[in-house]
Design a protein around this ligand. Structure first.
Ligand SMILES: N[C@@H](CCC(=O)N[C@@H](CS)C(=O)NCC(=O)O)C(=O)O
Length: 202
């Protein structure tokens, strides 16, 4: 997908993040808006054998699963045309080649009511992906996260930073899946015992 195809005539592109992108975009953007997309739920159902896991012990990271009743909160970043090519090239390596995600355009609804919905690019890992892990109980997911780490860091850090983002930026949103997995991990590793590499440092 070429940047020109998705710019829809404007001179910027909005990219919606709902996992590590909410706390580590690592690409240039000019605006950041907290908000949500409808029709998807966020689940720790995607495997990660690079960033937060390896071939022997893949980690678990989030993807989006279609659910007409659900919404997923995250962050949309406005990327100016001047940085579009480099940002998409960076994300193609991080998300697509190393992460197994594919792209889709979705409607993003900003939390600030003064702004209307925006068209945004999102990275989603679908169930036909070779490292897709699918559903498991919150306790099984927590146990897998507790023992996984990869090139970018520990899987616990990934979980805790996402939970921290939701508490800081979307305090009114109850994400039962996320917080029950966090609680299960903290039962295995009480926060005081979590090693520095897995600690969040928001
Ligand atoms: N596409 C989701 C998930 C992105 C995500 O978590 N991708 C992984 C790749 S498997 C990543 O970039 N990890 C970097 C990290 O763990 O710090 C988002 O929009 O945030």
């Amino acid at each position: 997908m070429k940047p020109r195809d998705i710019v829809n005539g404007k001179n910027s592109l909005w990219i919606f993040g709902y996992g590590s992108l909410v706390w580590k975009p690592d690409f240039a953007y000019k605006k950041r808006k907290v908000g949500y997309i409808k029709g998807y739920k966020r689940r720790f159902w995607h495997g990660d054998d690079f960033h937060r896991g390896d071939k022997e012990k893949p980690g678990r990271v989030v993807t989006l699963v279609e659910d007409q009743e659900a919404s997923t909160w995250g962050v949309a970043y406005e990327v100016p045309e001047s940085h579009m090519e480099e940002s998409l090239q960076y994300l193609n390596i991080r998300e697509v080649m190393l992460g197994g995600y594919t792209t889709k355009m979705v409607e993003f609804v900003p939390k600030e009511k003064s702004h209307g919905p925006l068209l945004a690019l999102v990275y989603i890992a679908t169930s036909d992906n070779p490292i897709y892990l699918g559903p498991a109980s919150d306790v099984e997911i927590a146990a897998q996260i507790a023992i996984s780490s990869g090139k970018t860091g520990h899987n616990i850090e990934y979980l805790l930073r996402l939970a921290e983002f939701m508490r800081l930026c979307c305090p009114e949103v109850e994400d039962e899946h996320l917080f029950s997995i966090e609680a299960a991990v903290l039962k295995i590793f009480p926060r005081g015992e979590i090693t520095p590499s897995a600690k969040t440092s928001l």
